[in-house]
Ligand binder design. Structure first.
Ligand code: BDR
Ligand code: CA
Length: 314
């Protein structure tokens, strides 16, 4: 199985991503590293521990990530409700977080992998603070990283938090700059990709019908995710951002990528957090990312239906 670390900030779409990953035997989930993002760290930690229990995966260790972004003040998500999980109330977690910090866990895991001639894939579903700090502490950990598959950024699409910027990159643009400058191979699932996969009310009904014991919380979360604004977005529903990272690893044939050098704006006030792709090689620098430009949305929805229906078989 593919060894992965899931770096996240649950978050409704993070939750769906975790639930899909938990029932996918293709993965060996080494650990989960919540970070300050959609909610303050205390909350993303609590949510993660609850989601592990909901998914029947209390065996997966959870390590607390960074309390704050590198330089900027924290910002939090706007579409995930007060707790980050919509109106869904999950039981208090019994499971405890590990003592070790996320950054130490990452460094130790990547170093151990490198020693054994292996590499770990990092799935980034939130601001990139944890991996950036780990890279600053020990740049050589890059040798133990297969690649970073991240949800974040907006290339040909406008931003979703500001005119130019997507939330995860805007929430820690300096961290994103560090990761894109690290030389680690990056697959970028930006808004250009995630806006192609809209979870509609009829999808929600289908997910509710197949997902067995998690049906109630799953359909509540999915229903909350509907942006309910046909006038602005042209349809009902909400983009399935974070789960696309997991889908990409499970079924890369459903995705089309274009290589480009990516730059992250981390100085300008107007364009803070903008991700800029050098599509035409103006910079003279080698590409540092595979940017997903096209997604087979029906294929992805079918994949998620198949995976989440496994909760009915338990
Ligand atoms: C990203 O921002 C967060 O609110 C979501 O969880 C997702 O990771 C989308 O811009
Ligand atoms: Ca997220």
């Amino acid at each position: 199985a593919l060894p992965i670390i899931i770096d996240c900030d649950p978050g409704i779409d993070d939750t769906i991503a975790l639930l899909v990953a938990f029932v996918s035997p293709e993965f060996n989930v080494l650990g989960i590293t919540p970070v300050c993002g959609n909610q303050p760290l205390e909350r993303t930690m609590r949510n993660t521990l609850q989601i592990c229990e909901l998914g029947g995966r209390s065996d997966v260790p959870v390590y607390a990530g960074c309390f704050r972004p590198l330089l900027r003040d924290p910002i939090h998500g706007q579409f995930h409700g007060k707790t980050g999980l919509g109106n869904t109330v999950l039981p208090d977690p019994v499971k405890m977080a590990e003592e070790k910090s996320a950054v130490d866990f990452m460094i130790e895991s990547f170093e151990a992998a490198a020693v054994n001639g292996q590499r770990i894939t990092v799935c980034c579903l939130g601001p990139l603070t944890n991996i950036a700090v780990a890279l600053r502490m020990k740049p050589t950990i890059a040798h133990g990283i297969e690649r970073v598959v991240m949800m974040g950024g907006a290339y040909r699409e406008p931003g979703n938090r500001t005119m130019t910027s997507e939330f995860n990159v805007l929430a820690d643009p300096h961290a994103a700059h560090i990761v894109f400058s690290s030389g680690i191979p990056i697959v970028a699932l930006a808004l250009d990709a995630t806006h192609q996969v809209i979870l509609t009310p009829s999808h929600v009904t289908r997910f509710a019908a197949v997902s067995g014991r998690i049906s109630k919380p799953l359909s509540e979360l999915m229903a909350f995710w509907d942006r309910n604004d046909v006038r602005r977005y042209g349809s009902r529903g909400g983009p399935l951002h974070d789960p696309l990272v997991i889908a990409y690893l499970l079924a890369p044939q459903l995705f089309e990528a274009q290589k480009a050098r990516v730059f992250v704006e981390h100085e300008s006030e107007l364009c803070m957090g903008q991700t800029i792709a050098d599509w035409y090689g103006k910079s003279g620098l080698e590409p540092n990312a595979d940017i997903i430009v096209k997604v087979n949305a029906d294929g992805v929805i079918d994949l998620f239906l198949d995976r989440l229906s496994r909760y009915a078989q338990e």
